[in-house]
Design a protein around this ligand. Structure first.
Ligand SMILES: [Fe+2]
Ligand SMILES: [Fe+2]
Length: 334
């Protein structure tokens, strides 16, 4: 049972609850005594922690690793922000706990999002694309897809973010078809939207707390190439899948970032690819800016400088310091 959330901690509070271990390292005080530095976290945020007892520091260092979940007992103090002085620590069996309680997670309802996603892909009528989508999104894969992040930073960077982003991109694509769809192949575009970022399942460590890029993600061309390779494997499973159709689908994945400097292997060269790129960018950008505004705290009208956008954003006064509404109740059980 997780009883105390990072966002609810304050100086003087005694804590005794589960935390995810985000980072851990041994250090030495000026007097040469060993102490332990920990970064702990849950779905509501992260907090620094210290073990000052040299023997306990050594013991905990050998017991825990990033990615573990531990029961921590200690006291919250104020030192360069909040910090926990750890008095006792015990590693727990992760499999009994809900991983999404220990990492940034969508505020939306994942089962409802999944329902929305499957309703959207069911609109694809082309029999080859329909079979392809059914082959890819079988129940076990859907479960994995639904809890994945879309990124480590920048946009939709939380568990469930990939599903949320994919639905938004599909929704924008449906809108383009409705408004300017005269020359667009709707089934091709919607299928491309559904699968465009699947490579992210292997680009990021989807079972960790901080969604680090994997070796495959860093060495094999990121999700664009990983996603194209995955598509090629799945297309082989659909009998008589037209070669030309597979070519178009691959192009949608390879070009969805729009420009080579943004990670595209090709620039979009079909109407569907141009539409997908803009739908993708719109979903990503709106989420990125929305998160910046949501996390803006303080009395100034300007957010911190965002190096990805290259600017600070103006936040109208009524949007300052919004309250979080996603904090689970104190007594919530797993
Ligand atoms: Fe992408
Ligand atoms: Fe995307």
């Amino acid at each position: 049972m997780k009883t105390q959330w990072v966002k609810s901690l304050h100086p003087g509070l005694e804590v005794a609850t589960y935390f995810g271990v985000f980072d851990i390292s041994l250090a030495k005080t000026k007097n040469g005594l060993k102490y332990l530095k920990l970064l702990l976290g849950d779905r509501t945020g992260t907090i620094e922690a210290r073990v000052w007892d040299p023997d306990l520091a050594e013991e905990v260092y050998h017991m825990l690793a990033p990615g573990d979940i531990a029961v921590i007992r200690g006291t919250v103090i104020e030192f360069n922000g909040l910090q926990i002085n750890v008095e006792h620590c015990r590693k727990t069996d992760k499999s009994r706990l809900n991983l999404n309680d220990f990492r940034p997670t969508t505020e939306k309802d994942i089962p409802a999002l999944l329902k929305e996603f499957t309703a959207k892909i069911s609109k694809v009528a082309n029999p080859y694309l329909k079979t392809l989508l059914e082959t890819i999104f079988e129940p076990k894969f859907l479960e994995q897809f639904a809890h994945a992040t879309a990124a480590r930073k920048i946009h939709h960077c939380y568990a469930g973010g990939l599903l949320e982003h994919t639905i938004e991109v599909m929704e924008y694509c449906f809108k383009v078809i409705e408004v300017q769809g005269e020359f667009i192949d709707p089934d091709l575009l919607i299928t491309g939207a559904a699968i465009h970022d699947l490579g992210k399942l292997w680009e990021y460590d989807q079972n960790g707390f901080t969604f680090q890029r994997t070796k495959e993600g860093r060495l094999l061309g990121g999700h664009v190439i990983l996603g194209r390779d995955f598509l090629r494997e799945k297309v082989k499973l659909v009998k008589n899948f037209p070669k030309e159709l597979s070519l178009h689908l691959e192009h949608l994945i390879l070009s969805h970032h729009g420009q080579r400097e943004w990670g595209a292997v090709e620039e979009p060269k079909t109407l569907e690819a141009i539409a997908l790129h803009h739908a993708d960018l719109l979903s990503a950008r709106i989420n990125q800016v929305g998160c910046l505004i949501k996390n803006h705290i303080g009395s100034t009208c300007w957010t911190n400088y965002d190096r990805y956008l290259g600017r600070s954003l103006f936040v109208p006064e009524k949007q300052h310091t919004p309250k979080r509404t996603d904090l689970p109740p104190e007594s919530e059980t797993q």
